[in-house]
Design a protein around this ligand. Structure first.
Ligand code: PMV
Length: 329
């Protein structure tokens, strides 16, 4: 018997970084799947393979490496083992006898939620395999606890978005339903190709929040106003306003030091091709930017992003989060 979970990727439309300090973020799921397949295996090992990264590691029940294939295999796959461990703990079962295959083309370290997609998918698939499907809240809690091990003070927005799916409004560990059934405008995603660590940039903003609390509070206040206005604009389908609010959000992200020349080049290119708005998405420092444009302008915006050296990624909105199913032999 096998269980399979398919997780979408995610982009943050508004409020990244400020969400860590308690602001609202708006995010959405996109059709860029990560598939996690889990199967019972005889013996003690937990074998994990990533098809796209060409790495494979077998762990003992205690998390020691029994076998490793490919470079940096442990760095890539230890987080998956931790997701397995947390899932077994929730099921009150001993952690062994499992084989896992991860398949994902989501670029790593680009702000599209690749690690959250793998964690959420692993937890969901294991619940399904043992015929004890986890609730969305349980999946979110498990994936969020894992993210806390990776970087000190994450907000949980990636894990919530990929678990619940759709257009998501997130604050302080909870999704609210204000954007429930709304559809977002068509997004264009431009990848700078520069990989970076979200933790490093979260640390930078956290330092600002601690060392210059008044300065930070002013910027965060403006960011919250932008997020609140964006909820209204998205609900009403006022794309021009959504675009202007994206531009205003980008100014604040630049102020807290998480933008980069590579991102700003793509953002400027999109705006010069008459995008309604453009900003970085996710951790910043590299990774991806997003733009929205009227239908008649989107081809020109895509070409402008590409001419500026960006790679335009698929970005179709999907109104659902992770989905798991059981395959009986
Ligand atoms: O994982 P990324 O790069 O999409 O960043 C997540 C969003 C941040 O607000 C930068 C961090 C967080 O924990 O919310």
């Amino acid at each position: 018997m096998k269980a399979r979970a398919v997780s979408p990727a995610k982009v943050i439309l508004f409020g990244e970084h400020f969400v860590v300090g308690g602001n609202t973020a708006i995010s959405m799921t996109i059709d860029f799947p990560t598939t996690v397949t889990v199967e019972r295996e005889s013996g003690e090992r937990v074998s994990i393979e990533s098809r796209d990264l060409h790495v494979k590691v077998a762990f003992s029940q205690q998390g020691e490496i029994v076998e490793s294939v490919g470079s940096n295999a442990e760095t890539a796959l230890r987080p998956v083992f931790e997701a397995v461990r947390v899932s077994f703990e929730k099921l009150h079962l001993p952690c062994h006898g499992l084989s896992i295959m991860v398949e994902s083309r989501v670029p790593i370290g680009m702000g599209l939620g690749s690690s959250a997609a793998t964690a959420v998918g692993t937890v969901s698939a294991i619940g399904e395999l043992f015929k004890r499907p986890f609730t969305q809240q349980e999946i979110f809690d498990a994936a969020y606890s894992l993210e806390r091990m990776v970087h000190g003070h994450p907000s949980g927005v990636d894990q919530a978005t990929i678990t619940y799916g759709g257009l998501v409004c997130y604050r302080n560990g909870a999704v609210d339903s204000r954007l429930g059934h709304s559809s977002p405008p068509t997004l264009l995603i431009g990848n700078t190709g520069k990989r970076r660590s979200t933790g490093e940039f979260v640390g930078k903003v956290t330092r600002l929040r601690k060392e210059q609390p008044e300065e930070y509070a002013k910027i965060a206040f403006d960011a919250q106003k932008i997020a609140e206005s964006a909820i209204e604009a998205l609900r009403d389908g006022r794309n021009e306003d959504v675009g202007s609010l994206m531009n205003a959000n980008q100014v604040l992200l630049e102020k807290v030091g998480v933008s980069s020349p590579e991102l700003e080049k793509l953002i400027a290119a999109a705006r010069s091709a008459r995008a309604l708005g453009a900003k970085l998405t996710g951790g910043g420092g590299g990774g991806c930017m997003i733009a929205i444009a009227d239908k008649s302008k989107s081809k020109a915006v895509v070409e402008a992003i590409e001419r500026a050296g960006g790679q335009v990624l698929p970005s179709a909105f999907v109104p659902y989060g992770v989905r798991a199913s059981l395959e009986e032999d």
